[in-house]
Design a binder for this molecule. Structure first.
Ligand code: ADP
Ligand code: MG
Length: 649
């Protein structure tokens, strides 16, 4: 095997199909190249030099024939193995340098080592050393457009040497340089050949070719002459100097992230536009989720002040029963029976009517609640002055009344109302207590409402004349479950009435219904937010597709210096995800600002909750959007034909 030529072509042909016509760029080429040779490939333009160089460098494949490198038949290799081979043995020097414009000289030189899996420190040191050796020690951090043509070409030579560069393929390396700089470049390449690098130069410049020890002349896709002038240097076995191990995935992604960052920075406006769609989407998701959360929070807070462990029992077969007021079976005995149940904290009959309330020259329409002595307890009504009536008052139909603070304020001003007599309709009643104003109580939903509480027996006999009950109000003991209690109460009443002529209802049910509605609304809002995120994603995909097409050349260069398809795919995917995460960060930032402004503007009881889970969901969605939107463009980029990509401008 050691005697076999290092590079060996047998009957290699390459055809292009242009507009239905076949162009034979290479016709059955046989060629052996030993390691350490210095070859000039000459011929007129269009004779097939570049095509041959691309095949030699494993950038392109022959249509027929075989090509083997160090004894390995390249036709047997898959794309990744080909990339690894290219990475390990070949260094390209192009006529137009082909440096990545957004990277510094040193970063450009490091790329082959990145794809070979060298550590940061190792490749940094080597790139610095190579550039210094080539006289660019002062230019390490310059961008390509800050360097002269000759300097750029030297950077590209350093890049070719980065992984060892056992074979340097230079396609018209002096073509873009003036003759003096070109001459210097040739000296540099010759020196490298003297150090053992196999050197193949494609040129149509005979002066350049004059330096070679073997000149191969091509015409029309065939070799017309192949003559050796002098001896090749005896070269050591051309082994790659840097181990081409697959880098650990985290460092690959780290590198991809760095490249993505550089690419995003290089195209700021495009990045901003890409991110904008995501910013809007993330903003919409977070805001809608936050608004839903806040509404729910607000609702819960408002409802917490209401007693949820309460039941009301009313006559009628079902809600909205039109004959409910004809049902007369709900009685005081039912209340007594309930009072004996273990789950009951307090229970009271309740009749409601309204009546004109008068005191001196003041009058107003008041809601009159005919209730039992336990009602204040059951309803958690606080007596702020005087007392509530007791069981005896109820039994004896004492004409006493408890008023609310609104009445005290409107009717008595600074006067003490206790002991005064007010008229409810024509019924005189003595004020014995005042109920404090309690927020959120259904009976006092507005500040203007007037409420009085009178013994149930008085209302029943003197105001309404009805003996049966309209409503029973019941409060459960705190440790009892509403579901069980509801069942027990229903059982009890069925037993007592022998028919379902009553309705048991609970505030919990209503709260739950309201909560469900709020939750549903949050969901709908979140869906709208998600849709805007999808729209943002489509924008990202669109821009990434354009970007992949626009950056074909960059992709070609990366593949030429050893990138695998997966490296290119990861780079573009990372870029898409990074753009989306950038957008997510922007969206979150806007939300935080808005939350701060809202906290400042809104009344204190409506708290705007910018929940962590909303942010987490939105950021995760944005990252997912990046992966989904970036996948197709990344795949497209990874599948570009490097030769074609490099030819683009
Ligand atoms: P040279 O480098 O010697 O100037 P090339 O190898 O670039 O020649 O081209 C050899 C022939 O192949 C030319 O006739 C050229 O038109 C043709 N050719 C090269 N690349 C392509 C391509 N991508 N598609 C079609 N034809 C091509
Ligand atoms: Mg060419």
């Amino acid at each position: 095997m050691s005697d076999a030529p290092f590079l060996r072509l047998r009957a290699v042909s390459r055809r292009y199909c242009v507009g239905g016509q076949e162009v034979n760029a290479l016709r059955a080429i046989d060629l052996d190249i030993a390691s350490g040779e210095m070859i000039a490939l000459v011929g007129a333009s269009g004779s097939g030099k570049s095509t041959l160089m691309n095949i030699l460098g494993c950038l392109d494949r022959p249509n027929s024939g075989t090509y083997s490198v160090a004894g390995r038949d390249t036709s047997m290799l898959d794309p990744d193995e080909t990339a690894a081979l290219r990475c390990a043995y070949f260094g390209f020097v192009f006529q137009r340098y082909h440096l990545l414009s957004q990277l510094t000289a040193r970063d450009n030189v490091e790329i082959p080592a990145v794809y070979a899996g060298a550590s940061v420190a190792e490749r940094h040191a080597r790139a610095t050393e190579l550039l210094t050796r080539l006289g660019l020690g002062e230019r390490l951090d310059h961008l390509p457009n800050e360097l002269s043509g000759g300097q750029q070409q030297r950077v590209s030579v350093a890049r070719a040497l980065m992984n060892g560069g056992a074979v340097i393929l230079a396609d018209e390396p002096t073509g873009a340089l003036d003759s003096a700089t070109g001459e210097e470049m040739m000296k540099l390449l010759l020196a490298l050949n003297a150090q053992g690098h196999t050197l193949i130069i494609a040129t149509h410049d005979h002066q350049v070719a004059g330096h070679a020890k073997r000149i191969i002349e091509m015409a029309d896709g065939v070799i017309v002459s192949d003559c050796a002038i002098g001896h090749a240097y005896e070269a050591a076995s051309p082994a790659p100097s840097i181990a081409t191990v697959r880098p650990a995935s985290w460092s690959r992604y780290g590198e991809a992230a760095r490249m993505a960052f550089l690419a995003l920075r290089a195209h700021r406006l495009r990045t901003a536009l890409t991110a904008l769609g995501v910013i809007i989407g993330v903003f919409a998701v977070i805001m809608t989720v936050a608004l839903g959360d806040s509404a729910q929070h607000f609702l819960e807070k408002s409802l917490a002040s209401l007693n949820t462990k309460t039941f009301e029992i009313e006559p009628g077969k079902e809600f909205g029963d039109p004959h409910a007021d004809r049902v007369q079976t709900l009685t005081v005995q039912d209340v007594d029976a309930l009072r004996r149940q273990y789950y009951v904290h307090s229970v009271s009959p309740r009749q409601m009517t309204s009546s004109l309330l008068r005191y001196g020259s003041s009058s107003g329409l008041a809601t009159v609640w005919g209730v039992g002595e336990s009602y204040f307890d059951a309803k958690s009504l606080a007596i702020v002055a005087g007392v509530a009536f007791d069981a005896e008052d109820v039994a004896r139909q004492t004409q006493v009344v408890v008023i609310d603070e609104n009445i005290q304020r409107q009717f008595f001003a600074s006067e003490n109302p206790l002991g005064k007599t007010v008229y409810i309709g024509n019924l005189p009643c003595m004020i014995i207590g005042v109920v404090g104003h309690l927020e959120g109580r259904l009976e006092q939903s507005t500040d203007k409402k007037l409420n009085v509480w009178v013994p149930f027996s008085v209302v029943s006999s003197r105001l309404t004349g009805r003996r049966h009950l309209q409503n029973i109000f019941l409060r459960l003991r705190a440790d009892q479950s509403t579901e069980v209690a509801e069942r027990r109460i229903t059982e009890l009443f069925l037993e007592r009435h022998r028919t379902k002529d009553f309705i048991v209802w609970n505030l919990d049910d209503q709260i739950k219904t309201t909560e469900n509605v709020v939750q549903l609304m949050s969901l709908v809002f979140a869906a709208i937010g998600a849709i805007s995120l999808v729209v943002g994603g489509v924008g990202v995909m669109n821009i990434m597709l354009v970007s992949a097409a626009e950056r074909a050349k960059e992709i070609g260069i990366r593949i030429a210096v050893g990138a695998r398809r997966s490296d290119i795919r990861d780079q573009f995917l990372t870029e898409a995800v990074a753009a989306c995460l950038l957008g997510a960060a922007g969206g979150v930032a806007i939300c935080v600002v808005i939350a701060a402004v809202m906290a400042w503007l809104l009344p204190t009881d409506f708290e705007f909750v910018l929940s962590g889970h909303a942010i987490a969901i939105a950021v995760a969605c944005a990252a997912l959007t990046g992966v989904v939107a970036g996948y197709a463009p990344a795949r497209k980029a990874a599948r570009l034909d490097p030769v074609e990509a490099l030819a683009r401008d």
